[in-house]
Structure formats: structure tokens, C-alpha cells
Design a binder for this molecule. Structure first.
Ligand SMILES: Nc1ncnc2c1ncn2[C@@H]1O[C@H](COP(=O)(O)OP(=O)(O)O)[C@@H](O)[C@H]1O
Ligand code: SF4
Ligand SMILES: [Mg+2]
Length: 366
């Protein structure tokens, strides 16, 4: 049994503009001590999917199951949930001030959280633990800084303090939602290093959410690529980097500075993420896909195996009509893709492809 087993999670919101289908069926497992990277552009449903696990999406319509150590998080009552939040599953957000209250000292907040879940611990013991945790996450002079207010910390230090808070109760799983997005590149790398080290030290499982595939490269064991509320490619990190199948995953790889596929040039994905109220027909990526074929416009591709499972049973699935063998960034694969596209593009897809191609020419960065 995996630590967390999410099966066909669907989340939607009723709004005055219509129903927002934020998460349209996602399935994944997280095993003990492993890191799952969830990657996708802004608005693809990453935060809603993970916040729903802890029922932090009030007003949402939710279906599916999310078994944490065999217990369905989506069916827990308020009392059971309180015991899980923080103690079993910790969360780290992009904006530390959403977890750190600006008017209370950093240490006090960590101490209160520890004592809420472990009431038998004395104040002095909890304070000692808070100082120790701040030290572990790299806050210098932790025994003094423990009495600082959040605004006295830099952005990077606040993020470290939030990690200390997430670790305070030694949870089995940490969900980190874009924890480095607001930070500059150097601090970002330090925070990723820290998470990696702590995760190994504490043997915690981690779900790392990001819009930047480059972040995942350093940290994830497995990767789930999300587009328009659905997984479009799901596999281990190595397979995703060297043998991507879905054109969206390939596009994300090519938009990482210095990535192999881009040959030193940044190649942004043309167009905008779709509305989750009116999701495009067929393959939801079709209005932006350079490989669009006729059937992509009308038929939704199912998530299906495109490669063999690795030695620990992690498979390689993709939701795309291109041939299963169209894996990777090499010229041989490109020929395979071109052949499939040549045969599959006879009608509407031809015009669409011409438009996408002119968009691409207009957006390529030097
Ligand atoms: N409370 C809400 N009510 C209505 N729509 C929401 C709500 N929360 C999120 N959404 C919508 O759900 C979609 C997915 O959002 P989100 O999960 O935050 O994306 P991501 O984290 O991938 O950037 C977006 O279209 C967003 O506007
Ligand atoms: S199914 Fe078609 S439109 Fe969708 S990603 Fe694959 S080739 Fe592109
Ligand atoms: Mg988000």
C-alpha cells in the first residue's frame, strides 16, 4: 500500500460564469520516502488538486478517493482532519505569510503549533524544539531569531521558517506548493537543496508542485504533468526528461533555459492555457499543439501506457494520439511524429497547424 493513493479526483466550482472544472480526474500514488513532482502552467489545477486533499477548497464539488494510510481523506470528519493536517501531512505554500501570521513572533507560532498537537510538551521543550528546527532549516543564530517577527526575516528566511513549521510535527508527507516561485534563483536553489536534504534525513514523502520543470529536475522521483485539470503525462523523472511523449511535456522541457531539446534557445509554448469553464474539445491541448491531427480536435486521447514500467513498477503513461513509440527529443522520433502527423492531418487540423506555426515564429526568444 502506498502512503497516499489518489483515485480519479475531480473538483469543480460553481461560479456565476459557469462550472469551473478545476480538476478533471487525476490518479496518483506517493510511496514512503518518495517525491512526486506535479508540474503544469498556472491555472492547470495543481493547487486545487492538492488543497482538496486536506479539504482546503471550501465550496468545491469533489469526487474520487484519496487514501492516506488506507483512510479516505475526502470522507474524514473535522476532528479526524485536524489530526491529519500538520501532524501527518504538512503544507508549504508559495507565500509564507499565508502560513506565518505577521503579528506573532516566528518562534511563538512554531511553539503553538507543536503544543496544539502535542499538549504534553512543556513550553520550554517546545521552544527548544523550535530553535532546533530553525537551526536545521538554516536560520543563523536561531536561538535569537526565534523571537523575531516574520517581517524581520527576508523572503528566503520566511520560506525556511515555513519549512521548519511544516517539519515541526514530523509529518509523513509534505505538500510544497510552488515554495520557491517568489524567490530569486540563488535562494530558490538553496531552498530546493534544503528540502532534498530534509526529505532524506527525515524520510518524509514529498509532493512538489511547480510550473517550472527545471525545479523538478533536481528533486522529483516521479512526475505528473498537468494540463487543463488533467494529467497528460505521468512517469519517473528520467523517462520524462529523456523520453517525453506528450507534446506539452516536450514543450515544457524545451522552455527550460539551456535544455537539450532547445539547443540553447528558449522555445515558449505558443498560446494561453485554456479556460476551465469551456475546455477545448478532443485533446484539450490541441489549439496549441504543433502536432495537431484531425482526430485530436474531436476525440479525447485517454491516458495510456507508452513505455514499459521501470524496475520498481513506475509506468510511463501519456494522453496523446501520437504513436506510442514517439518518445524523446531525437531526430528519429521527430521523423516518426512527422509521419503520423502527415497521415493524420487532412482537414481542419491543417489550418490550425499553420496558425500555430506562425504564432511560434512570432514568439521564439533569442
Ligand atoms: N474557489 C474557487 N472558485 C472558482 N474557481 C477556482 C477556485 N479556486 C481555483 N479556481 C480555478 O481553478 C483553476 C485551477 O486553479 P489552481 O489549482 O489554483 O491552478 P494552479 O495551481 O495549477 O495554478 C483555475 O482556473 C482557478 O481560477
Ligand atoms: S493528442 Fe494531438 S493535439 Fe493532443 S497533444 Fe497529442 S498530437 Fe497534440
Ligand atoms: Mg497554484
Amino acid at each position: 500500500m502506498s502512503l497516499l493513493e489518489v483515485l480519479d479526483l475531480q473538483v469543480s466550482f460553481n461560479t456565476s460564469d459557469g462550472v469551473v472544472q478545476a480538476v478533471r480526474g487525476i490518479t496518483f500514488n506517493v510511496d514512503s520516502g518518495r517525491t512526486l513532482g506535479i508540474v503544469g502552467e498556472s491555472g492547470s489545477g495543481k493547487s486545487v488538486a492538492t488543497q482538496t486533499l486536506l479539504r482546503l477548497t471550501p465550496g468545491a464539488r469533489v469526487s474520487g478517493t484519496a487514501l492516506f494510510e488506507g483512510q479516505d481523506l475526502l470522507k474524514m470528519n473535522a476532528d479526524q482532519l485536524r489530526r491529519v493536517r500538520g501532524k501527518q501531512i504538512g503544507m508549504i505554500f508559495q507565500d509564507p505569510l499565508s502560513s506565518l501570521h505577521p503579528l506573532y513572533r516566528v518562534g511563538w507560532q512554531i511553539i503553538e503549533m507543536i503544543r496544539m498537537h502535542e499538549p504534553e510538551m512543556t513550553k520550554a521543550e517546545a521552544r527548544k524544539r523550535a530553535v532546533e528546527l530553525l537551526g536545521i532549516v538554516g536560520i543563523p543564530q536561531a536561538n535569537q531569531r526565534v523571537d523575531d517577527f516574520p517581517h524581520q526575516f527576508s523572503g528566503g528566511m520566511r520560506q525556511r521558517a515555513m519549512i521548519a513549521m511544516a517539519l515541526a510535527l514530523n509529518p509523513k508527507l509534505i505538500i510544497a506548493d510552488e515554495p520557491t516561485t517568489a524567490l530569486d534563483a540563488t535562494v530558490q536553489a538553496q531552498i530546493i537543496d534544503l528540502l532534498l536534504r530534509l526529505q532524506r534525513e527525515f524520510d518524509t514523502s514529498l509532493i512538489m508542485i511547480t510550473h517550472d520543470l527545471g525545479v523538478i529536475a533536481d528533486i522529483a522521483d516521479d512526475v505528473l504533468v498537468m494540463y487543463a485539470g488533467k494529467p497528460v503525462e505521468q512517469t519517473d523523472r528520467r523517462s520524462l526528461y529523456y523520453r517525453p511523449h506528450h507534446p506539452y511535456a516536450k514543450g515544457l522541457l524545451e522552455s527550460i533555459p539551456g535544455s537539450t531539446g532547445a539547443k540553447g534557445r528558449l522555445r515558449p509554448i505558443p498560446g494561453q492555457p485554456p479556460s476551465l469553464i469551456n475546455v477545448p474539445s478532443g485533446c484539450s491541448f490541441h489549439p496549441r499543439c504543433a502536432y495537431v491531427m484531425d482526430r485530436c480536435i474531436t476525440e479525447e486521447p485517454p491516458l495510456r501506457p507508452v513505455g514499459a514500467a521501470n524496475d520498481i513498477g513506475v509506468g510511463h503513461d501519456s494522453a496523446c494520439w501520437l504513436p506510442e513509440a514517439a518518445l524523446g527529443l531525437g531526430s528519429e522520433t521527430e521523423r516518426l511524429r512527422a509521419k503520423a502527423v502527415g497521415e493524420g492531418r487532412v482537414g481542419a487540423a491543417k489550418q490550425l497547424a499553420a496558425r500555430i506555426s506562425s504564432d511560434v515564429k512570432g514568439t521564439v526568444a533569442p
